[in-house]
Design a protein around this ligand. Structure first.
Ligand code: ZN
Length: 191
């Protein structure tokens, strides 16, 4: 275990400490259900909130009730955030990110670390909840570690884990600022 790995594990543990300190309550679940239009099965906690307090992304357990393996531990729920990520995808920007990954060694390394952090985060969560990772071991989200396939997943990681956790998620957040920004409430679901 090298120093870089230890840093990732420690960061994952700190993040999970924070997540589990404030587990989802009925109000959170109700809001996320309204955002998704379905009950958020396996939701552990709200991982990121709008400045107004409404959920932007949730943390979901590695095994859903009923035994269904669920690799997308950080899941984007805020409608404005979802829309903004979809707009970037529709504009064909994912190809730009893939080209950047192919040509930029430092970016590739940082994206690889984002993948490792995602896995360490889920592993820590699995251990604390007693969930098996048998069917999702080594699988993160969004195309990591070598491709960019879903900006929603990458943006969710950035929102839950903060700036610096995922370089592509950071770029997406910067790019959509005028449309979605966690520090500017543009929430449309009012209840
Ligand atoms: Zn808001």
């Amino acid at each position: 275990m090298n120093a870089a790995n230890n840093d990732i594990i420690q960061r994952a543990q700190e993040l999970i400490d924070r997540i589990l300190a404030e587990p989802a309550n009925d109000r959170d679940i109700e809001l996320v259900q309204a955002q998704l239009g379905r009950y958020p099965r396996g939701m552990v906690a709200v991982g990121a909130r709008c400045v107004c307090g409404r959920p932007l992304a949730v943390v979901t357990r590695p095994v859903l009730p009923g035994g269904i393996p669920f690799p997308t531990t950080c899941y984007l729920t805020g409608p404005e955030a979802v829309k903004a990520a979809s707009h970037v995808e529709a504009a064909g920007i994912m190809q730009d990110y893939n080209d950047m990954l192919a040509s930029d060694e430092n970016l590739r390394a940082a994206y690889g670390r984002a993948h490792e952090l995602y896995l360490a985060f889920r592993h820590e969560l699995a251990e604390r909840l007693g969930d098996s990772e048998e069917h999702i071991e080594g699988t993160s989200a969004g195309g990591m570690p070598v491709r960019v396939k879903c900006l929603h997943a990458l943006l969710a990681q950035t929102l839950v884990m903060g700036a610096g956790a995922n370089p592509i998620g950071d770029m997406v957040l910067e790019r959509v600022k005028d449309e979605f920004d966690p520090s500017v409430c543009r929430c449309s679901i009012i209840d």
